[in-house]
Design a protein around this ligand. Structure first.
Ligand code: NAD
Length: 432
């Protein structure tokens, strides 16, 4: 059998320059190489980590409401499980592909490791437009998908969570379908469920909360007072609105927030609780604005902190030179392209990477899993206190690498993650 080929290396084995349209998989591999260059780890471990352990591809037939049958393609990419069960979201989106699941699954491996959670990384999804499904069709699709991947998921094997196009209800259906087939109620098979079936308090708010916590820690590290800090947030959904509201509460001045229609800009400060989040009233931000600017302008506002919390690849080779913020805290996954990242680094803009900044989501998922296994719910106070402690511990580990090496914060986060994963691989060895 032929060895795996690495699309990120040319014929002489050199790493090729990034393109602006780089896929999540290419970026994830590039970040792996960059971290490996700083560490004395066995090259065979890096070689292993370039590829997923397994990728499951299934077809999911459902009966539509009109009686016709339609078949969708779905994936579950399981990247690495050396530190514990695979963990990662399930997305329902027409553009879901095998490679995207692999790349996003790798990111989950790094994210869980930088947070020191006992999980590996995975990602999956169905290539479907969920907006084109009725609720009953969505439920049938989810239950049948659960059946198709039932053998490869489980509380000790692989634990899905919500992602783009899926929500707590999707997780409740998945958990129910799995539990019915297994013959026992198994809440720990998924996280991000409604609290009434074993979900955790504070899970929904957690990624935004962690973004706010690391913004506060970054300000402290660079001797900035949060009360004198201005913030612009792109995307006013789960991540963006929760981060903006907490930073506002802690004394920062949030001067701009946006949704897909545009941004509201209030130099004196946005009343973040008065503007509805995506969940409260979708795409309504600009209705509340006196001054509307574009999302492109928001990215170049002269603020202290810019939080891209909507989409990937929004800070690019084209606009990175015009980002005027001193700090970029990545709320979204992959908002900065590799080229833009280099430009920001050259310009001295501090970028706090996604795998640290928005990792509150998977951290509270871990708390949820613990609560499910122990059949004991935690209070919101306990969830928030423990999340704060985990974020501080991860920040300290990343800060230590940042101070010891000539790397960016992203580089430091990947070094922390990769060294933990590599140590676990060294200790376990290669079977057989
Ligand atoms: P969401 O659907 O709740 O909100 C997304 C927001 O972005 C909405 O306000 C929407 O109007 C806005 N938006 C969409 N397209 C836009 C555009 N072109 N320009 C500006 N704004 C636009 O989504 P979310 O859960 O907050 O996720 C946002 C990002 O954070 C995604 O990259 C997601 O992968 C990442 N993330 C989410 C979680 C989570 O648990 N929610 C965890 C980690 C990372």
């Amino acid at each position: 059998m032929a060895a795996q080929t690495d699309p990120l290396r040319d014929e002489s084995g050199d790493v090729v320059e990034p393109s602006e349209s780089e896929s999540a998989l290419e970026t994830a591999r590039r970040q792996l190489y960059q971290a490996a260059n700083h560490l004395d780890i066995d090259p065979s471990i890096v070689e292993r980590l370039k590829y997923p352990k397994k990728v499951h591809e299934v077809t999911v037939p459902i009966k539509r409401d009109d009686g016709t049958v339609e078949v969708f393609t779905a994936y579950r990419a399981q990247h690495d499980s050396v530190r514990g069960p695979f963990k990662g979201g399930l997305r329902y989106h027409p553009d879901v592909t095998r490679d995207e699941c692999v790349g996003l699954g790798m990111w989950m491996t790094w994210k869980c490791a930088v947070m020191d959670l006992p999980f590996g990384g995975a990602k999956g999804g169905i290539a479907v437009n969920p907006k084109g499904l009725s609720s009953a069709e969505n439920e049938r699709l989810t239950r049948r998908f659960a059946q198709e991947i039932r053998d490869v998921i489980g509380p000790n094997q692989d634990i899905p969570a919500p992602d783009m196009g899926t929500d707590p209800q999707t997780m409740a259906w998945l958990m129910d379908a799995y539990s019915m087939q297994e013959g026992e109620t198994t809440p720990g098979v998924v996280t991000g469920k409604p609290p009434v079936v074993g979900g955790s308090e504070g899970r929904e708010e957690a990624p935004g909360r962690s973004v706010a916590i690391v913004t506060k820690l970054a300000c402290e590290y660079y001797d900035r007072k949060l009360k004198e800090t201005t913030v612009a947030v792109q995307g006013y959904g789960s991540v963006g609105a929760n981060a903006a509201r907490l930073l506002d509460k802690w004394g920062a001045t949030v001067v701009a927030v946006s949704d897909v229609n545009g941004a509201m800009y209030e130099p004196e400060g946005v009343d973040t609780t008065a503007v509805p989040s995506h969940d409260e009233k979708p795409e309504a931000v600009t209705e509340y604005a006196d001054t509307v600017i574009s999302n492109v302008e928001l990215l170049t506002l002269d603020v202290d902190v810019l939080i891209p919390a909507a989409l990937g690849n929004v800070i690019t080779k084209e606009n990175a030179k015009t980002v005027a913020a001193d700090f970029v805290v990545e709320g979204a996954n992959g908002p900065t392209t590799s080229t833009a990242d280099s430009i920001l680094a050259e310009r001295g803009v501090v970028v706090i990477p996604d795998i640290l900044a928005n990792a509150g989501g998977v951290t509270v998922s871990y708390f949820e899993w613990l609560q499910d296994i122990n059949r004991r719910a935690w209070s919101i106070e306990r969830v928030n206190d423990e999340l704060e402690a985990e974020m501080h511990a991860a920040w300290d580990a990343v800060q230590s690498e940042f101070e010891q090496r000539d790397v960016t914060w992203r580089g430091a986060a990947y070094i922390v993650a990769l060294s933990r994963i590599a140590e676990a691989h060294e200790a376990r060895g290669l079977w057989p």
